[in-house]
Design a protein around this ligand. Structure first.
Ligand code: OOB
Length: 550
């Protein structure tokens, strides 16, 4: 069967035709959808184990079979190619089968994270006009079905809530995953989606009040996954541990789940990167590679269990998402035995990696270089001019797997992209003489809490709705383990008082992800301003750093 016609959703910004042709001509885009690529691998590895979780193992043949069955069930429910569905599953085999099922029929998952709550989900549902939501029953003591019930009343487009739970636990009006699976007829499935169409949406780290959706096409994301897999030497012998939330770009496709499956390796899903859990899984499953954020790497290094744990199978520890201090990076090989691969990436596209055979010095002191020869990068000053060699500046990038625009965000796109289609990353980097990049800071208003990106503006808007708050500024406060935590400077209304615990309760009641709750409050009489009258965040960051050192 021929693939479907390309049917871009309104609000999607395509690459210019000339660039599309060159990506195709040069073999970056191969005209294959993600499901097809994995199904093709599966034919050569039918009986090999594809996915493992605490419930058991799934072979490649079973994975294709189950996701095809589920794809047919989703079609039977009424989902059509080009529809969107918000997915919020923890790290388990169903995450993989469900994602593949969506990819098979061109249903576009929006990758919410298990930590997201009503505030984030209601925005995603409304903004994307998703017709479906898929959730776990409970995870980490949180009742996702109760949340979904509240969400449903305010989401007119939401028709189906699918729950990964046994039938008897599923709320009325919701449908359980097995029932969906048994509902359809695989033989009646339509053609594969066109490779140039949107495969899924990732969430942006977000510098604006609300998160932005990043469309990733089959062509671009498959190239992303394959290129990362090649750089990490992923083969059928690879055992990749998914310890970060699976819907994040890093564990999903760098090489992550998709890169491992395309190469015929084995994916191991585990719900938490905590050393007590992860070390056991690594030893039991003979894990060869995994991806963590620096805070987790540090936790692993400092865990008392590290001394007794059998981590001998672990060849590669990918670390990225926030600054990885060189002193910590230098400890990994001697103490855990694995080669570090620093990853400086973004859901928007560009991935930089140190190479496995780089000298130790580069692995420890740099964040690597672009993974593709087709990645174009520029490092520019405030005026947009290229800086001199070795000088710091903002990183701009474009290439065969970097977006051309956020979904349905024309105003934001006007600011985030240059006229010739470079994405302004907001990261301040410098290039060393060996071509590796060093992340020096950033020129974007977010807080990077151990890899979780929090938009300062989003937190400020929420706090401004507090009746006792006159004005507020949220800034990053340095932290030894997480790198940064959220500190808020508040001017109260006359004769009002605001305290941290009460403020956190106020925000919690709004149903925001817990990692967004401020961890320090400083009450002030006024906020410093820059020459142009904006709040001077740099001076606030310096202020809180100074207070911590006292
Ligand atoms: C990864 O992706 P996102 O979309 O959650 O966050 C991207 C931003 C970057 O623009 C940069 O500000 C920061 O996170 N970042 C780093 C970093 N890696 C990402 N900052 C310093 N050092 C690093 N190594 O975080 C992501 C996606 C794929 C692979 C790895 C990370």
């Amino acid at each position: 069967m021929k693939p479907s016609e390309i049917n871009h959703p309104q609000g999607f910004i395509d690459w210019p035709a000339r660039r599309v042709q060159s990506f195709q001509r040069d073999g970056y885009w191969q005209g294959q959808s993600l499901f097809e690529a994995i199904a093709q691998t599966a034919t050569g590895h039918a009986d090999s184990v594809a996915v493992v979780d605490s419930e058991g193992t799934t072979t490649y043949a079973e994975l294709i079979d189950r996701s095809t069955q589920l794809a047919a069930g989703l079609t039977q429910c009424g989902f059509e190619p080009g529809d969107r569905i918000v997915t919020q599953l923890p790290n388990c085999t169903e995450f993989v089968t469900f994602t593949l099922a969506c990819l098979r029929i061109g249903l576009q998952p929006i990758m919410a994270l298990p930590a997201h709550r009503e505030h984030e989900l209601s925005f995603l549902l409304e903004f994307s006009k998703a017709r479906g939501l898929v959730i776990a029953d409970r995870f980490r003591d949180f009742d996702f079905q109760a949340m979904a019930q509240t969400l449903q009343s305010n989401a007119p487009d939401l028709q189906h809530v699918i729950v990964d739970a046994s039938v008897d636990r599923v709320f009325e009006n919701f449908i359980d995953l097995d029932t969906v699976s048994n509902a359809g007829e695989p033989a009646s499935l339509g053609p594969m989606p066109a490779s140039r169409s949107v495969a899924l949406f990732l969430l942006s780290g977000g510098t604006t009040g609300l998160p932005k959706l990043i469309p990733r096409t089959h062509d671009d994301y498959l190239y992303n996954a394959r290129t990362a897999a090649a750089l990490c030497n992923v083969t059928p012998a690879t055992r990749y541990l998914v310890a970060l939330p699976a819907g994040h770009n890093f564990p999903l496709a760098c090489p992550g789940i998709l890169g491992t499956l395309v190469a015929g390796g084995r994916v191991i899903m585990t719900p938490s990167p905590a050393p007590e859990n992860a070390f056991k899984v690594i030893a039991r499953e003979r894990v060869t590679i995994t991806a963590v954020v620096p805070a987790v790497a540090l936790q692993w290094l400092n865990a008392p269990a590290a001394a007794d744990a059998d981590l001998s199978s672990l060849e590669i520890l990918q670390v990225g998402g926030s600054v990885f201090p060189a002193e910590v990076a230098a400890r990994v090989k001697p103490e855990l035995g694995a080669t570090v691969q620093q990853a400086f990436g973004m859901a928007e596209g560009l991935i930089n990696f140190t190479r496995l055979d780089d000298p130790d010095e580069a692995i420890v002191h740099s964040q690597g270089r672009p993974m593709s020869p087709a990645d174009e990068i520029r490092i520019v000053d405030d005026q947009g001019n290229d800086v001199d060699d070795g000088e710091p500046g903002e990183l701009l990038t474009r290439g065969p797997y970097t977006l051309q625009g956020y979904f349905n965000a024309p105003e934001h796109n006007a600011r985030s992209f240059t006229a010739d289609g470079f994405y302004r990353s907001g990261d301040i980097v410098r290039m060393r003489s060996d071509g590796n990049l060093v992340v020096e800071g950033r020129d974007k208003d977010l807080i990077n809490r151990g890899g979780e990106k929090i938009s300062a503006e989003e937190i400020e808007n929420l706090i401004l709705s507090h009746p006792d708050v006159f004005n507020v500024a949220a800034v990053a406060m340095p932290d030894e383990t997480l790198g940064e935590r959220i500190c808020v400077y508040v001017i109260t209304n006359p004769s009002a008082t605001v305290e941290l615990d009460a403020l956190r309760d106020f925000l919690d009641a709004k149903g925001i992800a817990r990692f967004k709750l401020p961890e320090r409050l400083v009450v002030v009489d006024d906020l410093p301003q820059t020459n142009v009258g904006k709040i001077d965040k740099k001076s606030l960051r310096d202020d809180i750093a100074g207070r911590l050192n006292q």
